[in-house]
Design a binder for this molecule. Structure first.
Ligand code: UT7
Length: 330
């Protein structure tokens, strides 16, 4: 049996410099800091004043490669999880390949909404484990400010812009890397969280713009109920099937959509919150970027060590959801 596993060998992230705290929204919406904090856990987020999603990814990729001492030419494949690609085509992977000068890489974008990063990580790991690739860059980046309606208090307060990247490489050292994953989709979730405009279903017209079809729509309550169940279920399942007890888990790395969803997941697996990565207070929901930003920040602060068990958990539009078990390798 092939014993090669995909390990993470470097991490990087980027958030734009401009900070928007909850009070910013009080100026033009019927909302307030207390409501946002108590219902979501968000205190502030970053919005990029200009540029595209690829501009959030480039600094994250550079940090990731610099930390590993690799050149862009060393990359074999770039996988980009995003719901805000620079354009429909070419892919943001192509845009990034050109921008960073990864002359030897192929790549593609992957659409999995808030679970996109986990789906991309699992996909990248297959190329490593099959033995065909040596350096796979897995990027998660979203410029959510480009698709949120700043007149809709139900959604605009939730999101932020950011990017993250990890490098996957092969390892023969037993028991390290992405050891298991549990991934799901359920298209019945589409009515509750979507952006219907701009695709072949609703090509852009003056009417589609007037009807705000090019913005995120979310029925928050409906998604919340499913997210609490879905994220906790998949997390519990991956721990049980790998005989992991709460004390075996150094970090739960949850998608950062709502602090109450994160706490419900931690409660279900009986994990204290000091073992849970939380930065929603600083960045809000950056969609495909939440997981790699967490990994990069926690690593940067010296809080992840070789041998640590990490459980990744996500839930998002689709619905999409899943979990992954990662044994940190460096
Ligand atoms: O990342 C992708 C997956 N997405 C998620 O996981 C998000 C899941 N959903 C949520 O996180 C929560 O449902 C929200 C944070 C979006 C909303 O929290 P909630 O506790 O479910 O509030 P709600 O939607 O039930 O709204 C409660 C009240 C409503 O007023 P009424 O109908 O009770 O009079 C809303 O209109 O709060 C009102 N409301 C607001 N009030 C002040 C909604 N948004 C705001 C706001 N400020 N920004």
């Amino acid at each position: 049996m092939n014993s090669t596993k995909a390990i993470i060998t470097s991490v990087g992230h980027y958030v734009p410099p401009d900070v928007y705290d909850n009070h910013y929204f009080e100026e033009f919406l019927d909302t307030n800091d207390q409501w946002i904090r108590e219902r979501t856990g968000i205190i502030e987020r970053r919005f990029a004043k200009d540029g595209a999603t690829s501009d959030l990814a480039v600094p994250a990729i550079k940090m990731c490669l610099d930390r590993r001492g690799l050149a862009p030419e060393d990359i074999d494949c770039i996988i980009v999880a995003t719901v805000t690609p620079d354009m429909f085509f070419p892919s943001t992977a192509c845009v990034l390949q050109e921008k960073i000068g990864a002359k030897n890489a192929w790549g593609f974008d992957l659409s999995g909404a808030c679970s996109g990063y986990l789906f991309a990580l699992a996909t990248g790991a297959q190329f490593i484990e099959s033995g065909t690739h040596k350096n796979v860059l897995v990027v998660g980046a979203d410029k959510m400010s480009s698709i949120i309606d700043f007149e809709d208090r139900n959604t605009c307060i939730l999101f932020g812009d950011g990017g993250g990247a990890v490098l996957l490489e092969p390892s023969e050292e037993e028991g390290y890397g992405l050891l298991d994953f549990d991934l799901h989709i359920d298209g019945a979730g589409e009515p509750y969280l979507h952006m219907r405009g701009g695709g072949s279903l609703n090509p852009p017209t003056q009417e589609s713009v007037a009807n705000k079809l090019h913005y995120v729509f979310q029925d928050g309550k409906a998604v919340f109920k499913e997210a609490v169940i879905g994220m906790a279920d998949t997390t519990e399942r991956i721990m049980k099937s790998n005989n992991l007890a709460p004390e075996d888990v150094r970090w739960l790395v949850p998608h950062q959509a709502n602090l109450r969803i994160i706490k419900a997941t931690a409660d279900r697996i009986e994990l204290p919150m000091e073992n849970v990565m939380v930065n929603i207070d600083k960045y809000g929901n950056t969609t495909a970027a939440t997981l790699p930003i967490c990994l990069s920040e926690w690593w940067e602060n010296g809080n992840i060590a070789k041998g640590d068990n990490l459980i990744l958990a996500t839930f998002g539009a689709g619905y999409t959801w899943g979990s992954g078990w990662l044994k940190w390798a460096y």
